[in-house]
Design a protein around this ligand. Structure first.
Ligand SMILES: [Zn+2]
Length: 97
């Protein structure tokens, strides 16, 4: 993920993003950022992921001798991480030109 202000790459487990609170401070430019979830994208991806899971991964996991149910939670987590975005949390937004 990149900082929306300075385009500095911020790792998912970096100090900036693992800090407590909704509003994070970029370690590079010290501006406020927040994590936003793209719910539209989650809704768009949830059906193909569910189908892929039900018809491909779950039978495979069961053949391997594991319970198929735990995998759903992992998929949910992956979906949320994939659709996570960093947005500016500065109160004064630069005007688009
Ligand atoms: Zn920054």
């Amino acid at each position: 993920m990149k900082c929306p202000h300075c385009k500095q790459k911020l790792g998912f487990f970096s100090k900036t993003l693992s800090a407590f609170g909704k509003i994070k401070i970029c370690s590079n430019c010290e501006k406020k950022i927040k994590i936003a979830f793209n719910f539209k994208l989650i809704m768009l991806l949830i059906i193909p992921v569910f189908l892929l899971h039900s018809f491909l991964l779950k039978p495979l996991v069961i053949i391997l001798g594991f319970s198929g149910n735990g995998i759903v939670g992992i998929w949910g987590g992956i979906l949320v991480i994939l659709t996570m975005q960093l947005k500016s949390a500065e109160t004064v937004q630069p005007l688009p030109k």
